[in-house]
Each structure stands twice: as structure tokens, then as C-alpha cells.
Unconditional design. Structure first.
Length: 368
């Protein structure tokens, strides 16, 4: 083969590879970046729950004309926006609470989620972030390398998030998954795709029914009325008194959440909080949206305090447009009779917390 023939053959091969790559990228974008596949995700998956939450909140943005206050958070921010809004209407408050929290999420996820919910960074009068504490207690969870974040964000990440998002991980395995989520959605959603192909009719029916129900059904949802009355811990002896009739899962939760050993205080959690709340603040620079940090009721039984190295949330108070709620305000709700497990408020507790939040917001926003 002559040199000219070799060059011509090489050009043809490269052209064909380029064409295949073009169609592959185009198909990936058409299916996964257009919003098409979002309708058919497994509803109970992390990505599915994210899309359902976005669906509900966009509906509220369209239908509700009052000033909107968005609350973020994980499963522990389980107040009822519906009951809080009914209470606010009775009190004459001129805003509505709408909840963008998703179980299992954290500030890194919220940064990208808020980009979807609020593209102009001006849709909300205020955004509320619930926290356990204004101090930064390091635990054995490393949120910088938290492996589940990419599952929630698999359809939200963009090419433009390269290389920042993958480089926010320090473990190569998790960084690779982040690169895949930004570059090739199909690879990131491989397990969901396989489950769809294995039972397509079931998935399509489940996804359709859930999307129809979710915007109103999830807004109407009320927490369990169950309590953990009787739960207590003698910290001197580390003896737990359990409510009658609890199962092994509850005992394991107590061991994992309440009786866990203290982690070494390194300041890593404070650095994580500064990084990702900082990203959110930066995106809203120049926006009239206010940021409000509130403390959640920590639980039915409180662990002994830990001396921490950093206090990121307290430091945020010096920023323009950032308000810190009274850190002792929710302590009145830290009772076993107001929780249905070791982490989550029950219906009575969450209702009281929602009313407390509405009253505080009215004062902070000048709605009284």
C-alpha cells in the first residue's frame, strides 16, 4: 500500500469513527438530555425522586402567585408544607412555603438542584437550609466523597460541569462515575436502563401513575403518628431504655445514630460546607433572594456535645442576605413523643415545626 493510499484509508477510518461518535453523542443527548428519559425513570430511584421533586416544584412555581419560600433539606426536613401554608394563611402571612428537599441529599446536590429550579436565581423570596448544628461536627461520613450524590444528579449534570464536578471527589472510583454522568448519561444510568428493558410495561405504568399522583399527592402527605415515647439513654453508663415493642431495626438505628463513637475532629465537614454553600452563594450574587439557616430538632434523645474545630454556618452570618435562626428555637421539640424514629419527627412534631418555621419566616421577611 502506497503512502497516499494509507493516508486515504486512515482518513476514511477516522471519518467513520467521527460519524459514529457524532451519532452516539447525539442519541445520548436526545434521550437523556432532552427530558425524554426523565419521564420513565424508576420513581423510587435517587434520580427518579429528584425528577419528581423538580416536577412538583415547577408546578408550584407556575400555579402559585404569592412570594415563594423554598426549603431544602434531606428526609429530616419532614415538615408538611401544606399544613404550614394553611397555618400561614390563617395568620395572614403573604408567602407560601414550597419544599425542594429530597431524602439523602446534601449541599453539593442542592447546588445543582437549585440551578434547575431557579435558572435566573430570582424566583424565590428566600431559600431555607436546615442543619443539625451551626458548628461542624465531623462524623465517619466523608461528604466530599459521598458516593450517592451522582445518582441524584445523573440527569442534571451538564458538559459545562466538567471538570469541576468530577474533581470535587478525591476517590478515583467516585470521580469516574461523576465523569460518566457529565459525559455519557446512558452509561451513568445503565442499571435503570436494564431494569426498564427487563419489564418495560410495568415500568411505564408505574412511572406514569407516579408522575400523575406525585405533585398533589406528595404535597398532601402527612407523617406517621407513631412515637418513640419511652426512649432514653443514660450516658454515664451508655444504657439504652427502649420503648415497648420495638423491633431489631429500631435497635440497630439507635446503635448507629445515637450510640456511635465520636469521629476525630478534622475540620473536613466545615470545609465541605464552605465549599458548597459558597457555590450557592456565588451563583446568587446580586440576587434579592435571601438565605436562611435554621436548626432542626436533632432527635428524640440528644448525644453529648462534641468540641468541634470549625463553625461554618456561624461564619455565614456575616454575609449580606444571610440570616441565622435562633439556634435554641427548636429544642422544645426534641422529645421522644414528637419523633417516630431516632431521626424523623412524627406528625405532631413536624406540624409544630412547620408552624414555628412559618412564624419565624414572617418575622424575618417582614410579613407580620
Amino acid at each position: 500500500m502506497s503512502l497516499s493510499q494509507y493516508n486515504k484509508s486512515s482518513v476514511q477510518v477516522l471519518s467513520r469513527l467521527g460519524l459514529v461518535l457524532f451519532f452516539f453523542i447525539g442519541a445520548d443527548a436526545a434521550i437523556f438530555r432532552s427530558g425524554f428519559y426523565a419521564r420513565y425513570l424508576e420513581p423510587d430511584s435517587s434520580a427518579g425522586m429528584m425528577q419528581l421533586t423538580l416536577l412538583r416544584e415547577r408546578k408550584h412555581q407556575t400555579e402559585w402567585k404569592e412570594a415563594l419560600v423554598l426549603t431544602m433539606g434531606d428526609s429530616r426536613m419532614n415538615y408538611s408544607p401544606k399544613l404550614a401554608n394553611e397555618y400561614s394563611a390563617q395568620k395572614g402571612y403573604k408567602f407560601r412555603l414550597t419544599h425542594g428537599g429530597v431524602a439523602g441529599t446534601n449541599p453539593r446536590v442542592w447546588h445543582y438542584m437549585l440551578r434547575e429550579l431557579d435558572p435566573t436565581a430570582r424566583r424565590y423570596t428566600a431559600i431555607v437550609f436546615p442543619v443539625d448544628d451551626y458548628d461542624d461536627e465531623d462524623t465517619f461520613i466523608d461528604f466530599t466523597d459521598y458516593p450517592f450524590d451522582v445518582n441524584y444528579l445523573s440527569l442534571l449534570l451538564r458538559y459545562s460541569d466538567l471538570p469541576e464536578y468530577p474533581l470535587s471527589y478525591t476517590t478515583p472510583k467516585y470521580a469516574l462515575e461523576a465523569w460518566k454522568a457529565c459525559l455519557v448519561k446512558g452509561a451513568s444510568l445503565q442499571q435503570d436502563l436494564l431494569a426498564l428493558f427487563n419489564a418495560p410495561q410495568k415500568r411505564l405504568k408505574t412511572a406514569s401513575l407516579t408522575r400523575d399522583w406525585w405533585p398533589n399527592g406528595s404535597y398532601d402527605y402527612l407523617e406517621s403518628e407513631k412515637t418513640v415515647t419511652g426512649l432514653s439513654v443514660d450516658w454515664a453508663t451508655r444504657v439504652v431504655t427502649y420503648p415497648p415493642g420495638v423491633d431489631e431495626a429500631f435497635r440497630q438505628a439507635v446503635a448507629t445514630v445515637l450510640m456511635r463513637p465520636n469521629a476525630k475532629q478534622t475540620g473536613n465537614y466545615g470545609a465541605y460546607r464552605r465549599r458548597w454553600y459558597g457555590e450557592i452563594f456565588q451563583r446568587y450574587a446580586g440576587s434579592p433572594t435571601r438565605f436562611i439557616f435554621v436548626k432542626l430538632p436533632r432527635g428524640p434523645v440528644l448525644r453529648p456535645p462534641v468540641q468541634t474545630l470549625s463553625h461554618s454556618i456561624r461564619d455565614f452570618a456575616s454575609r449580606p442576605g444571610v440570616t441565622l435562626g435562633d439556634e435554641h428555637r427548636a429544642e422544645v421539640l426534641e422529645k421522644p413523643e414528637l419523633f417516630h424514629d431516632v431521626l424523623h419527627m412524627n406528625r405532631v412534631g413536624s406540624t409544630q415545626y412547620g408552624q414555628m418555621l412559618a412564624d419565624d419566616l414572617a418575622r424575618w421577611l417582614g410579613a407580620l
